[in-house]
Design a protein around this ligand. Structure first.
Ligand SMILES: [Zn+2]
Length: 284
């Protein structure tokens, strides 16, 4: 039987570890009016780049896994050494807004300015122009793909319309989509705030390992692209680093897994024309 999706060298599936290093944007996401007053919240946010990141980079190095880090410009400016270290270790840096602005909450003009500012900051620090974009909170609007295309992005990773890469319309052209899903995000499992709106809670890492292992095994069968999204201020905590390591070891027990970052998957998909075009449904 033909595989559902053709991965390189006859691999069974792809596994992508992605990290949204929201860092010092987190207080603005949680509590914009009071962001600059809330020192404890800022300290929780800074835990990501300062303490979580060295742990994450160490783990990736140990298992020789290439990853993608989506970073808002505001956070990158405050953690230039971390951003440089990410690139030095061979990982990819992607665009994640400037101050973590959701495209659906700003005008098209604002969205373009934010896109330019984020590009300038990241390129200024790394010397490399980001080729991938993940929208803050995974929200896009209908005009966003065309804007991304215009600024030279080759892929987006914010939509949920499949569990293999697919092509989407982007103005007159197309963009590659590396789809995500809430099940494979650390936030719904571990996100917590002390004041409303509260997160859903602090889950048992064993339960999360179980859920992610089940999803991996299912997607392995389906020739899927297992894109895991983590936040260093969430998954950089000690027990969750252990969780990630156990997941890596579980996945490594399966033959034919392609560990790749977003850019590697995107390059492969584009160069080999393996993806289908998936149209957006018209709701009018
Ligand atoms: Zn984010």
């Amino acid at each position: 039987m033909e595989p559902r999706f053709r991965w390189p060298e006859g691999k069974q599936c792809a596994v992508v570890l992605s990290f949204d290093m929201d860092g010092e944007c987190v207080p603005f996401v949680y509590d914009r009016p009071n962001a600059r007053k809330r020192l404890t919240l800022l300290s929780e946010a800074s835990f990501g780049p300062e303490v979580g990141m060295p742990r994450i980079l160490r783990l990736l190095d140990q298992y020789q896994i290439p990853a993608t880090f989506f970073i808002p410009g505001f956070t990158a400016e405050r953690n230039t050494d971390v951003v440089k270290e990410i690139v030095k270790q061979g990982h990819e840096v992607g665009h994640h807004g400037y101050l973590h602005e959701r495209p659906d909450m700003v005008t098209e003009e604002e969205e373009e300015k934010i896109l330019i500012r984020g590009l300038e900051v990241l390129e200024g620090i790394t010397g490399v122009r980001p080729r991938g974009y993940r929208s803050p909170a995974w929200e896009l609007k209908y005009s966003s793909p065309a804007l991304l295309k215009r600024y030279g992005f080759i892929y987006d990773s914010s939509l949920m319309g499949n569990d293999i890469p697919y092509r989407i319309r982007a103005g007159d052209g197309e963009l590659l989509e590396l789809p995500v899903q809430w099940l494979l995000d650390d936030w719904p499992w571990f996100g917590f705030q002390s004041v409303p709106p509260l997160g859903t809670g602090i889950s048992d890492p064993a339960a999360v390992l179980s859920a992610w292992s089940w999803e991996f095994e299912g997607m392995y069968r389906e020739n899927g692209c297992f894109v895991l999204t983590m936040h260093p201020f969430v998954s950089g905590r000690a027990s969750r680093i252990l969780l990630l390591e156990r997941l890596i070891r579980f996945i490594n027990g399966f033959p034919g897994v392609w560990w790749a970052n977003c850019a590697q998957v995107a390059d492969y998909c584009i160069n080999n024309s393996v993806c289908s075009l998936q149209e957006f449904k018209n709701l009018d």
